[in-house]
Ligand binder design. Sequence first.
Ligand code: SAH
Ligand code: SF4
Ligand code: F3S
Length: 451
Amino acid sequence: MTSSARRYHITTFGCQMNKADSERMSGILESMGFEWSESPDDANLVLYNTCTIRDNAEQKVYSYLGRQARRKHEQPDLTLIVAGCVAQQEGESLLRRVPELDLVMGPQHANRLQDLLEQVFNGSQVVATEPIYIVEDITKPRRDSDVTAWVNVIYGCNERCTYCVVPNVRGVEQSRSPQAIRTEMEALAQQGFKEVTLLGQNIDAYGRDLPGTTPEGRHLHTLTDLLYFVHDIPGLERLRFATSHPRYFTERLIRACAELPKVCEHFHVPFQSGDNDILKAMSRGYTHERYRRIIDLIRSYMPDASISADAIVGFPGETDAQFEKTLKLVEDIGFDQVNTAAYSPRPGTPAALWENQLSEEVKRDRLQQLNHLVSVQASERSQRYLGRVEEVLVEAQNTKDPTQVMGRTRGNRLTFFPGSIDELKGQVVSVKITEIRAFSLTGTPLIPALR
Ligand code: SAH
Ligand code: SF4
Ligand code: F3S
């Protein structure tokens, strides 16, 4: 290791928002002359971008941090940073718990990393968790992929789901302007990116906080309008968006997805529970009947659409009968993928204070049952691909088999097929599917002779 090069390492926990923030923070560090270090132990600057959605996500951070804090005693020039949602949630108290920390910064401060580091290098221990208006990101993120990219369209969340820390740690909704989003996407297209996923915790809220309404009183800027606005960017071949909230999902959006060829037929719409009383206790603002109608509507426009979701089992007070309704919903819908979780009481959320908490054992048992059903269904859903020709956007080499490349179908199924990454990266290849598994596919490319 050369002593002059300043090396940084970032470990990222949590959701796509955090991954997108980490990419921007990497970009800032590289513009300051830092070089990437795969191992935290070889780095002079270690940043943990943290998640607090469930207790186990948070505990993981403390064990990683402990190790680096000890290292700092031997290497005092190590800069140690906690960013993201644990930083926001814990703030000052993180410094008391880990006094070796140099910087504690909430997610709204990600774009300010350079400023904050300058204060650290001037000898201060810094906590940046006050709510701010997020400044436009003018640096160039260091993206993990060079084929697919995330683009934030709305930060924060104004919902108050009774189990969820996100509004506490990510703040109120702030939409970026359609022009700023388009400009970022045009730059991505010029750099050769082929797919963009538009991101928001509640992406259906996009534009509500931007000025302007139509003569009918509708907001001037909605997610649907945004899709039309960015759709013609040359070079980009695929668009996705996440996460959709069933409370605000509109037929207008579904129609736009059906109409716009670049928008992939994949919808991530969390339902959380199949029982109306639990949904009410969660403050989700919809019933399972409404949820089912949305999925029916999506399928009436796009019969083959992939549907994925998030679900929580063992919410306070959930009875066996109520849990059965979640199983029933999953059985009826036929999801391509469901991210499942056992309810975890989070500090600062209403449901954590309720007395009707369930035992860990009940939660674990329900989680197992649901996971089993989800993977059985995913296998069934994979069946429809067998023998079909799918468009696969090639992203990378198959890490387990270098003679193969990997990419995704429009429906977001991971797909492997024989080929060279140097030739195929970033290309959309027609692949005949020959093997299926619950969450991935294998096939043979139908590459025209002259390509
Ligand atoms: N904005 C998205 C999800 C954000 S958090 C939505 O509204 O659906 C991602 C997922 O984590 C949630 O969908 C939920 O399933 C899960 N989750 C959030 N808080 C949780 C908690 N306290 N315990 C268990 N799972 C939780
Ligand atoms: Fe959390 Fe609900 Fe907001 Fe999703 S919509 S981030 S679950 S508060
Ligand atoms: Fe976790 Fe924060 Fe995302 S709590 S799920 S990283 S918004």
